[in-house]
Design a protein around this ligand. Structure first.
Ligand SMILES: NC(=[NH2+])NCCC[C@H](N)C(=O)O
Ligand SMILES: [Mn+2]
Ligand SMILES: [Mn+2]
Length: 306
């Protein structure tokens, strides 16, 4: 790909109950993200970080926009509105928006911004389904809700900021799920989202699964959003995440999957936007998870061994 990639840092931790994931953008930059992207033949431009609101500044008299079971939802809304505007403006300039989280709630903003002027497909690389609503969430953490928000499920449907305007459930594919809450399972069985679990990867291999995910996300859409939650990988390979789940993809499987997205002939017109989320340096070992995040991002943009 020879497009300009605009790096948008979103050091958000409100969606994960404030546990250190706000240092993710800094750790990924420290792992030489820009140099690695340059090696992938894209031109990185770093916009720096968005400023995060202070929870203490919350006006106690203001109305709560949705159910009180979603923690820090007002702060998440504030950040996601700005992420969405930045992503939309970047696309309008003909550049590629790369959002660095922060916890996965920032994806509400990236999806909304990317789906403003185009029919959007999405591939969700994650251990988790992230499709709880404030009403179904067992934790109240908004990082477990971004797809419900983008699809306007539950009380998110009553808001104007959360739903992604041109994203349909039938254009979304998960790759690598292995932790699905009971209510999410019920919903996914009835929904049009495509679910590829770790068992599919075990049986068919990651490359074939990613091909199918790409087919889902590109069919009838104008472009694809890639959402990469680092807890998609096995915690032995990516320990620096807040909600690790055993049995994730290996280092090589992860590279193979993301390289498949940027096969030369299609990268430019298929990929539209990306977020890289859930890197938590406090829980990491020697910044290896952030380094992995930087490497995998370069693979997505076409960096190859040879
Ligand atoms: N982006 C993430 N790491 N999400 C974890 C979600 C965990 C769980 N399903 C919840 O709703 O709380
Ligand atoms: Mn996850
Ligand atoms: Mn996630």
């Amino acid at each position: 790909m020879d497009r300009t990639v605009r790096i948008i840092g979103a050091p958000m931790d409100y969606g994960a109950n404030r546990r250190g994931v706000d240092m993710g953008p800094s750790a990924i930059r420290y792992a030489d993200l820009a140099d690695r992207l340059a090696e992938a033949d894209v031109e990185p431009v770093d916009d720096g970080d968005l400023t995060m609101p202070r929870a203490e500044e919350r006006d106690p008299d203001a109305d709560q926009p949705t159910d009180g079971n979603a923690k820090f939802l007002r702060e998440v809304e504030d950040v996601c509105r700005r992420v969405s505007d930045r992503v939309a403006a970047t696309l309008a300039d003909g550049e590629f928006p790369l959002v660095l989280g922060g916890d996965h709630s920032v994806a509400i903003g990236s999806l909304a911004g990317s789906a403003r002027e185009a029919d959007l497909g999405a591939i969700w690389f994650d251990a988790h389904a992230d499709i709880n609503t404030p009403e179904t969430s067992p934790s109240g953490n908004v990082h477990g809700m971004p797809l419900a928000a983008a699809l306007g499920h539950g009380s998110f449907g009553e808001t104007e900021w959360a739903p992604a305007p041109r994203l349909r459930a039938s254009s979304i594919a998960y790759v690598g799920l292995r932790s699905i809450d009971d209510r999410e399972r019920e919903l996914l069985r009835e929904s049009e989202l495509t679910v590829f679990t770790m068992s599919d990867i075990d049986q068919r291999g990651v490359s074939s699964v990613v091909e199918d995910a790409l087919a889902v996300a590109t069919d009838g859409t104008d472009g694809v959003h890639v959402s990469l939650d680092l807890d998609w990988l096995d915690p032995k390979t990516a320990p620096g995440v807040g909600t690790p789940v055993r049995g994730g993809v290996t280092y090589r499987e992860a590279h193979a999957a993301l390289e498949a997205l940027s096969r030369r002939e299609r990268a430019d017109d298929v990929l539209r936007s990306m977020d890289v989320v859930e890197v938590n340096p406090i829980l990491d070992e020697g910044n290896e998870t952030a380094t992995l995040a930087a490497e995998l991002t370069a693979s997505t943009f076409g960096k190859r061994i040879f």
